[in-house]
Design a protein around this ligand. Sequence first.
Ligand code: SF4
Ligand code: SF4
Length: 490
Amino acid sequence: MAVQSTHNVVVPLEQSTDQEGPYYALFNSLAGSIDVIDQSVLEGLGLLSPLREDVGEYLSRRGYLFASEEEERGQARLLYEEMLRFHRATVRQPIVVIPSYNCNLKCPYCWQRLHHLDSPVISREMVDHLFSVALPALIETSSPDRVALTVFGGEPLQEEPALQDRVVQILTLGKDAGFTNGIITNGVGLGKALPRIVGKVDVLQITFDGPPDVHRKRRPLPGGDSFAPLATAVSDALAAGIRVRARVNVDESNLEHLPELSDFARSLGWLDNPRMYFHLAPVKNHNPRHCAPSESELLLKVLDLADRDERMRAFDLSGFGGIKYFRGFQESGLFSLHRFFNCEAQINCWVLDLYGDLYACWDSAGLKHLAVGRFHPAVEIDPLALGRWRNRNALDIPACRQCAAAPHCGGGCQFIAYEHHGDHAAPACDSLLASYVQAIGRNTGWLLQRARAGDHAVGLVTRDGVVTAVNRLFGLLDESPELIDAISCS
Ligand code: SF4
Ligand code: SF4
């Protein structure tokens, strides 16, 4: 007898009750399928009543039913291995260089500050060694434009001559190698750094925590102003042709101020500038105090504010995974790739710091007990330490095996898993499943319309049988192949 997929999620479609309804969205995160079903099919799926033969066949083809749990597990394992290969072949390999752990701001939620990270500046010789010896051994791709080199910290753009010199050295060597260069900065020293880095950096990631007063309070610069220099420098960087990814760290305390940040950005013309992109990122529970509230609750508040205030349209909600993936589905008819891993720490990310230590994850850098090897004086990798990151996947975490979100969630952030449970192999649930459910529930009309139209993105299955079927392997892309670039698997 057939069994239901572990990864089925049923979401009641409110306001869908007509003479046929109620209806439900049936979503499967392993197959990436979504169909609208009625009460009779819901009961049949739960094996409470028999399903028509054509319905059973259709639901099996769409990945909602399997011959056995073993069959589903076997297919999931094959998919995971295939997705690892695909990700390696299509997504840039992250290489992160930390020239110093020192930072000039004192943000209360910063995990580096809570771990008391600080340091001198990387030496010129270490940078030369990093590029001439370490990177050739660590980079997997033969195509340098498939490497994303990011200068991270601490704060890399401070007015400290040795640091300024080393950042330019790193960017120059990165450009000479053909990499895509980025810097993650708090922006305070950006204005003064611009003349040195223009032409050497492709993208800046800068954090905004709200309009000026809120930002200053949450990201304090002792004895100074953390916002005004940042705002001026962002406009100058855009004018110089640099792309700026503005990350807005959001939690309950700054959420209500975000429309004001939107006004501020509009007043400077940033919202009309194609080089500027704002996205919300929930403040992660990345600290030894484990004190951030639930991401799912925050998501509801973010969506509520987005409904009430159209100025929130300035912000991409891609920090909440389910919202991002559902939007991709609306555009393409395909869900983002199910992969059973969470981030590149599980694949091919390398973080290299001033001491010659190697890490797999950005946020673990500086915590020596989490190093996975060294790159100086020679590249030496500890296979056991590296394996804790690279081999982690949601298929092998016992608590994730029965979770409907596992194919997309991948077990969550393993640094958080380690911080909270002392074990990389613990689950670190975030808001992914909740944001799927929210995205589906908020698009009831769209789903019903597509299901009734039979447009190959969403099917409709009722007591009368398969009313409209999804038959095309690539959903709406079969009709508009130019959309392929729009799909992102990270
Ligand atoms: S980490 Fe949580 S949400 Fe993610 S797959 Fe595991 S149990 Fe599910
Ligand atoms: S493990 Fe977590 S903190 Fe580390 S790179 Fe992945 S998502 Fe980021």
